[in-house]
Design a protein around this ligand. Structure first.
Ligand code: GRF
Length: 217
């Protein structure tokens, strides 16, 4: 059975995009990556899409007179491609409440911290600065407030002696690549119960996400 048609929005390297593509190539995934949209023509993620024969579009926000005009074209592009679910994966544009509400409960984001700690930028440096013993990533449904919304999956990594922001970021990125496919699959299966800020997962999925996703090795 074909998976639910999913678009991934990127601005850069797209390592999370790659993790999603690889996971969706496997028979078990309930989603299919059908479209990649970048707001930058030089994003390496576009090359990843081409290599996998996935349709790719560039929508440069600088070509539009307003954020709303950019988003109207983005929305049209997604709907023309019969997209059902959207994943933000390093997409460096703020989205207006109008766009977000139009894709309510069908729009996922991955953020490189254990939300609600450290929304916004420079999360790894801030986690180090705060003396955190653990850090990680969060995949959540998008709501109009930045880096806010019902949490699906979180991945935890330790903060180790001698870490700098780059080393910590690399450790978090590894766990991101495991969390995002898991979250997309859960959403695509359509058996999540979303009530306010809370998501209840199906019983068999609880077993998957309650354990820390980091295996010391
Ligand atoms: C990731 O750290 C993600 O959490 C953040 O942007 C970064 C994107 O990396 N939102 P990549 O382009 O997927 O490699």
């Amino acid at each position: 059975m074909a998976g639910r048609r999913t678009a991934v929005l990127i601005s850069g390297g797209g390592s999370n995009l790659q993790a999603l593509i690889d996971a969706c190539d496997s028979a078990q995934c309930a989603a299919e990556i059908a479209l990649v949209v970048s707001n930058r023509a030089d994003a390496f993620g576009l090359e990843r899409a081409r290599r996998h024969g996935i349709a790719a579009a560039v929508l440069d926000h600088r070509d539009f007179a307003s954020r709303e005009a950019f988003e109207a074209e983005l929305d049209r592009t997604l709907r023309d491609a019969r997209i059902e679910l959207v994943c933000l994966a390093g997409f460096m544009r703020l989205l207006t409440p109008g766009f977000v509400e139009g894709w309510r409960d069908r729009l996922l984001n991955i953020h490189p911290s254990l939300l609600p700690a450290f929304p916004g930028l420079h999360t790894h440096a801030r986690a180090l600065e705060a003396g955190c013993r653990v850090h990680g990533c969060t995949v959540h449904l998008v709501r109009p407030t930045l880096d806010d919304g019902p949490i699906l999956v979180q991945g935890v990594v330790p903060v180790l002696a001698g870490d700098d922001a780059d080393r910590l970021a690399a450790r978090v990125l590894e766990v991101e690549h495991r969390c995002y496919p898991l979250a997309l699959d859960l959403l695509a299966r359509g058996d999540l119960l979303i009530e306010g800020d809370r998501v209840t997962l199906p019983e068999e999925a609880e077993a998957l996400v309650l354990h820390p996703l980091f295996t010391p090795g």
